[in-house]
Design a protein around this ligand. Structure first.
Ligand SMILES: Nc1ncnc2c1ncn2[C@@H]1O[C@H](COP(=O)(O)OP(=O)(O)OP(=O)(O)O)[C@@H](O)[C@H]1O
Ligand SMILES: [Mg+2]
Length: 295
């Protein structure tokens, strides 16, 4: 029996929405035609009395750029920490490429983390290292590659994000947008299968946000081509966590809307943008009037 009483823990649908509208993700078939790269299955997580995830069912479709949208404090960053095994669910499961993260022995967890490239809100660069060394860091840490090989990889990645001529700069000499691009380059050097962006748009002006969105799409396309050419087992899966609706409109193939610990609705971006669900309409149009309130 589940340790969590579902009736008590699952929040009722908000006023104005039916249980049907406040449905959680249950697929009859996977959106990409392959199993999702990451799946949350009936997952619960609380910190003391603060219940954050309450019966979360959510998938990140393999080979797609998906978005996790939700108001501040809904548990988006907490989701990321579960994917990489930094937090454990109270109940339910998190699967990465079909394997249960909470049940993984430490050695497997260590290997599993190499599947992920993470881009944190502030780029999370080491302040005392220049851009080149920051970007090289995962390669020096996790591989036996020679300095020549490292230079090749890092130079290619920095060129890709438009920082080819800024390798010798320190993070505090860069603008916010450049720091994010450096973080992006660093997240890619180990050729991860899954790249997670935690609010890549925070602190960026609308133009830089749009450019970063384009860069994300461009790099995803390149990685798809590469994966197909090399017949890799897994296609590159990107997931962007944001509360910026404009980014979602431009970048997402697939959108998960998270609210009060569950999925309000999830689906291909086009369907979501044309949804009849009053929540989704309000959310995706960014209006203050509607069923979504600040609480
Ligand atoms: N390690 C922790 N211990 C206790 N509470 C935590 C912990 N991590 C997160 N929380 C709480 O969980 C809730 C969700 O946090 P989270 O950072 O996932 O929100 P978010 O959706 O990423 O918000 P934002 O959009 O502002 O980044 C918050 O109320 C936060 O205080
Ligand atoms: Mg967050």
């Amino acid at each position: 029996m589940s340790v969590v009483d579902e009736q008590q823990s699952r929040p009722a649908p908000p006023p104005g929405a039916s249980e049907e509208e406040y449905k959680w993700h249950t697929y009859t078939q996977y959106p990409s035609g392959r199993p999702d790269a990451v799946e949350f299955i009936d997952m619960y997580k609380g910190f003391g009395r603060n219940k954050i995830l309450r019966g979360l069912n959510m998938g990140l479709p393999e080979g797609m750029v998906s978005m996790i949208l939700g108001p501040s404090g809904t548990g988006k960053s907490v989701c990321i920490k579960h994917m990489v095994g930094l937090l454990y669910p109270d109940d339910g499961d998190v699967l990465v490429h079909g394997e249960s993260v909470p049940n993984m022995p430490d050695d497997d967890l260590f290997d599993m983390r190499k599947k992920f490239g993470l881009l944190f809100q502030d780029g999370a660069l080491f302040g005392s290292m220049n851009v080149f060394d920051n970007t090289s860091f995962p390669l020096r840490q996790h591989t036996e590659k020679s300095e020549d090989e490292i230079e090749d990889i890092v130079t290619r990645r920095l060129n890709e994000v438009g920082l080819g001529s800024h390798g010798d700069k320190l993070p505090n000499e860069l603008s916010g947008g450049m720091r994010k691009r450096a973080g992006f380059a660093r997240a890619l050097v180990l050729e991860p299968d899954i790249v997670l962006f935690d609010e890549p748009d925070s602190g960026l002006d609308p133009v830089r946000t749009a450019l970063l969105g384009e860069l994300i799409l461009e790099i995803h396309r390149d990685m798809m081509d590469d994966a197909k050419e090399k017949q890799k087992e897994h296609l590159p899966t990107f997931s962007v966590i944001t509360h910026d609706i404009m980014s979602a409109r431009r970048v997402a193939d697939y959108i998960n809307v998270l609210w009060k610990g569950r999925i309000v609705e999830a689906g291909p971006a086009e369907d979501m943008l044309n949804s009849d669900n009053p929540f989704i309409r309000q959310f995706l149009s960014g209006e203050s009037q509607g069923p979504l309130t600040m609480d």
